[in-house]
Design a protein around this ligand. Structure first.
Ligand SMILES: Cc1cc2nc3c(=O)[nH]c(=O)nc-3n(C[C@H](O)[C@H](O)[C@H](O)COP(=O)(O)OP(=O)(O)OC[C@H]3O[C@@H](n4cnc5c(N)ncnc54)[C@H](O)[C@@H]3O)c2cc1C
Ligand code: FES
Ligand code: FES
Length: 468
């Protein structure tokens, strides 16, 4: 298949194997060796590149970072891919490079291209300019020798340097003040002229590739009949009345950035920050997380508690399945070979309904869960009206706790109720020992995390000292 995209300042048309990783194309086919490879699993961000997508009104180009080691070349189609070389000015360091240099933030230099690209992307994107946003931007970048103090100092300096009177610089200002090279001003026009549609045929779906490329990159290289589903930015998340519906193509970042959703789920960004790093969230789709069917999938636990419904479609037909009926057994799901998840929807938490998500992993960030759980609970006059509770990592599937939820209905929120509910939960889960912990440890975690929901959501009724 012909893939057309812009790589730095050049239009590329290639018939190279569309399932090869973008990093291999960049390094081997184009001989651009600035983009480094360390883990090839999306874990270190040494291979970070920026991907610019034309907005649907064709008025702007939005840039996001991705880890190119687990992204198929096909997903570059119709985009502007920027490597560290594509940020170079002709006769001096750009502002990002200068800031890292001034703060002595590079030692062996192997991680530095990834940091340069991630920080430049922060300067280019139109999100509110806060230190937290910058920390999110570099949240996936691992440095093995400098230590992070110098790097964070450089990052903080950039947060101040790329804005004027509180507003981030425009593209023109970023060019004028040496953040990015001048060719960026022509990219919007060039993107309009190149071919970006994906073939909708093929059997095996590849969305973000963040699961598939970690597990099967070599196999995918030999596989025919792949179906790349278009990943555009800002996939539809539509809120109508109390229902939120989300496209099957939506990424975790689409959720993270959605302001309406943030209003209904106030700690949404804190919850989603626990899912890997910004570049992974930019690629990872919610549907991909369900279909991967990992018992510790964070999106699975999250959406189970929202009592989500899926629209599953093949080319002729569609059907609805509750997410709690989607997971059948370990890695077995209610999805046929020719079907895909087209859409999902759920009722938004409203006045008396609260939502919380908890996750424990070996380290707080950039790690998959040992156990995770979410709750969606309606309480009136301290009495439970309805409760959807999920837990991951303690069964063969991401588990919707039917009995525990039912037990809670009609009960008052108290220490006794929680302890009894935990007993019911213990009869519903069946943790096993593995590298992430023993069965006993996981059971204990699940118990403590359920308590954490109630301590957080009902601080007037449940006190940490009394139930912990
Ligand atoms: C470094 C790293 C860290 C990670 N951290 C976390 C974490 O903290 N928590 C977590 O839960 N996960 C984590 N993941 C896993 C992964 O990012 C998620 O599972 C992600 O949501 C998968 O989505 P994707 O679009 O990349 O899926 P892909 O890899 O493209 O596809 C995964 C599976 O879903 C199928 N598929 C994709 N879309 C559809 C669709 N619409 N309909 C039908 N089938 C479809 C594919 O055919 C494939 O079988 C991490 C991954 C990496 C690489
Ligand atoms: S090489 Fe480590 S994330 Fe790509
Ligand atoms: S400077 Fe050596 S890994 Fe970061």
């Amino acid at each position: 298949m012909m893939i057309e995209f812009i790589l730095n300042d050049k239009i590329i048309k290639t018939e190279a194997n569309s399932s090869m990783t973008l990093v291999d194309f960049i390094r081997e086919n184009r001989n651009l060796k600035g983009t480094k490879i360390v883990c090839r699993e999306g874990d270190c961000s040494a291979c970070t590149v920026m991907v610019g997508t034309l907005s649907s009104d064709q008025n702007s180009v939005k840039y996001q970072t991705i880890t190119s080691c687990i992204s198929p070349l096909a997903n570059a189609k119709g985009k502007h891919v920027v490597t560290v070389e594509g940020l170079n000015l002709s006769n001096k360091l750009n502002q990002v490079q200068q800031s890292l240099k001034d703060n002595y933030a590079s030692q062996c230099g192997f991680c530095t291209p990834g940091f340069v690209v991630a920080m430049a992307n922060y300067c280019l994107n139109d999100k509110v300019e806060t230190e937290q946003q910058m920390l999110d931007a570099i949240s996936g970048n691992i440095c093995r020798c400098t230590g992070y103090v110098a790097i964070i100092n450089a990052a903080k300096e950039l947060v101040e340097n790329c804005k004027e009177q509180g507003n981030k610089y425009t593209l023109e200002q970023l060019i004028a003040y040496d953040f990015i090279p001048a060719y960026f001003s022509k990219i919007k026009k060039s993107l309009k002229s190149i071919h970006s549609e994906h073939q909708a045929s093929g059997k095996k779906i590849i969305a973000g590739g963040t699961d598939l490329y970690v597990q099967q990159a070599d196999i995918l290289l030999q596989t025919q009949n792949l179906r790349y589903i278009t990943l555009e930015q800002g996939q539809p998340i539509v809120i109508q009345g109390d229902t939120c519906s989300i496209s099957g193509l939506a990424t975790v970042t689409d959720l993270f950035d959605n302001q309406e959703l943030q209003k209904s789920i106030p700690h949404l960004q804190d919850f989603l920050r626990l899912l890997s790093s910004e570049p992974i969230r930019n690629m990872a789709t919610v549907a991909g997380n369900f279909v991967n069917a990992s018992p510790i999938g964070d999106m699975s636990a999250f959406f189970l508690a929202l009592d989500t419904t899926l629209l599953i479609a093949d080319k002729d037909d569609s059907r609805q399945v509750k997410l709690k009926d989607f997971f059948l057994d370990y890695k077995k799901i209610n999805l046929k070979d020719n079907e895909s998840i087209a859409k999902l929807w759920f009722k938004l938490p409203t006045k008396n309904i609260q939502f919380n998500f908890e996750k424990v992993s070996k380290r707080k960030h950039l790690d998959i869960a040992t156990a995770n759980t979410a709750i969606h609970i309606e309480v009136k006059d301290n009495r439970v009206i309805s409760c959807d509770l999920s837990v991951g990592g303690v069964s063969a599937i991401p588990k919707y706790l039917n009995k525990t939820g039912e037990f809670l209905i009609g009960k008052t929120i108290s220490n006794d109720t929680i302890n009894q509910a935990i007993e019911v939960m213990n009869s519903e889960i069946s943790p096993i020992s593995d590298v992430r912990g023993t069965a006993e440890y996981k059971r204990l975690l699940a118990n403590q995390l359920v308590k954490a929901h109630f301590i957080k959501l009902f601080p007037n009724h449940i006190k940490f000292e009394e139930v912990a």
